[in-house]
Ligand binder design. Structure first.
Ligand SMILES: Cc1cc2nc3c(=O)[nH]c(=O)nc-3n(C[C@H](O)[C@H](O)[C@H](O)COP(=O)(O)O)c2cc1C
Ligand SMILES: [Mn+2]
Length: 463
């Protein structure tokens, strides 16, 4: 287990991204109405985008913060294997937050006369959306029954100067806390944190068996980075909030108040329909003197990248103990880092034949939302989709190598499924151990290419 301590604070991460050349700044004026999010979509999956000049607002906006492997590695200051290791240790080794008095997020405190729509450059993301949304807000709450702190992302539609529509899916811990408060006849105090420690961004995106209800997500964030998250008492609600966040919206969700929210384009690529949603009433806005606003496109790479390494770490933890020939796994981009996995195995004897299929079954057991698992041998580059397809083209025989598991449960947002019920598919693209030689790929000389030695001199076709 890694003992590494990382400085995952938001501004430290931004500094590392700049140093690594991972920031693209757009200095011209940009419209938060559709234009900014369109740039994020066009340039998705690569560098962090920085917009210092947002029309109508003084706050700079950043987008695509963690939308690529290179950005995640630069932001965390360790490679993706390191990130997976940190995630793995986090839940079992929580570090309670440390309460501090000196909180940059309280440099400016507004409790009256504010209008969130004028202060925050929340984007109008896509033309089919219902309005402007805060999308990278981490909602921190203390469960009214258990007293345990929870952190989760929830999109927030701007509905008035101090009114936000909040999307609370069933099965979420925040939903549970809200229902419990409702039963007690009380409203639920919350704090929406923007631009917090990246460790908190990761834990807030983690759910299900990877983040059980008993887990205090502020402490798990500390466990992830290896250092306590610093927190401070909020101004108008009885909650501890990350002291170094960029912006915090304090408020409460009242059981009596509902309004229509949506449609909004979600991670699966479709727009969720309009529906009644609870209202978050803002009681205070606090922020740094010069806050940086973070935006995430619902249908964009960052939404799904926030979970990629968490899911891979969970998958590998199960697979390595259940099926030790498993070497590595990748949750692919095309499968939204959630629905498809490529699993790499290393067979070392005839007795290992068949275990690749056990790995398929164990994968489906490990991650509920997985719908497709492709198993390949250790000479296939699982992070190169062409190489994975090569394995399918040359090593998979459809009459024998497709494993179908009908009627299993996946993600309810996948519209082709029946409310989440779907046939899961395993593809065995491995070679039987004894036949490996027959499938060996031709190797060429591993030569160093010096681009300077190549010119555009045309082929002489005259003589
Ligand atoms: C960018 C982003 C936006 C999200 N938006 C919502 C949302 O609007 N409503 C919701 O219920 N879950 C949303 N989620 C999912 C939850 O935040 C996520 O599943 C979280 O881990 C749930 O936490 P919990 O296990 O404490 O319930 C979003 C996740 C991300 C990464
Ligand atoms: Mn939780």
């Amino acid at each position: 287990m890694t003992q590494q301590i990382l400085d995952t604070r938001f501004r430290s991460a931004l500094g590392r991204l700049s140093e690594a050349g991972r920031v693209l700044t757009y200095n011209e004026a940009v419209d938060p109405h559709l234009e900014l999010a369109a740039y994020m979509k066009k340039l998705d999956g690569d560098k962090l985008l920085h917009f210092p000049n947002v029309k109508g607002y003084s706050m700079p906006v950043i987008g695509n913060l963690l939308s690529s492997k290179d950005d995640c590695e630069a932001a965390f200051g360790t490679d993706f294997n390191g990130i997976r290791g940190l995630v793995e240790r986090a839940i079992g080794n929580p570090i309670p937050p440390q309460v501090v008095e000196d909180a940059p997020v309280h440099e400016v405190v507004l409790t009256t006369g504010f209008d969130v729509r004028e202060l925050i450059p929340a984007l109008f993301h896509a033309p089919t959306d219902a309005g402007r949304y805060i999308t990278a807000g981490i909602v921190v709450v203390r469960d009214p029954v258990t007293g345990i702190y929870n952190a989760s992302y929830h999109r927030l539609q701007l509905l008035g100067p101090d009114r936000l529509g909040i999307k609370l899916d069933f099965g979420r811990h925040l939903r549970l806390a809200y229902e419990r408060a409702k039963e007690q006849g009380q409203s639920l105090e919350v704090a929406v944190c923007l631009g917090a420690d990246l460790a908190l961004h990761f834990t807030a995106a983690t759910m299900g068996s990877q983040m059980p209800e008993e887990a205090d997500e502020l402490a798990v964030a500390g466990g992830l980075s290896g250092r306590a998250l610093t927190v401070t008492q909020a101004k108008t609600v009885d909650l501890l909030v990350p002291s170094e966040a960029e912006i915090i919206l304090e408020g409460f969700i009242s059981a009596a108040d509902e309004e229509v929210e949506g449609p909004f384009g979600e991670f699966v690529g479709f727009a969720a329909p309009a529906a009644a949603a609870p209202i978050l009433k803002i009681s205070a806005i606090t922020h740094r003197k010069k806050p940086i606003y973070h935006a995430i496109n619902g249908y964009g790479r960052e939404t799904i990248m926030l979970r990629k390494y968490v899911l891979e770490a969970s998958l590998l933890k199960v697979l390595r103990s259940a099926v030790p020939i498993v070497v590595d796994a990748d949750m692919t981009a095309g499968g939204l880092h959630r629905f498809h996995a490529v699993v790499q195995v290393k067979k070392q004897s005839r007795q290992h034949d068949g275990l690749q299929r056990n790995a398929i079954l164990a994968s489906f057991g490990a991650l509920k939302d997985l719908d497709l698992v492709i198993v390949v041998d250790d000479d296939i580059d699982i992070r190169d989709p062409m190489d994975v397809e090569y394995a399918i083209a040359t090593r998979m025989e459809a009459s024998k190598d497709l494993i179908k598991i009908p009627g299993a449960r996946g993600h309810e947002y996948v519209r082709v499924s029946d409310g989440g019920i779907r046939t899961k598919l395993g593809i065995d693209a491995t070679v039987p151990f004894e036949e490996r030689d027959r499938f060996k790929r031709v190797k060429f000389l591993d030569i160093d290419v010096d681009p300077k030695k190549f010119t555009n001199t045309p082929v002489d076709t005259a003589s």
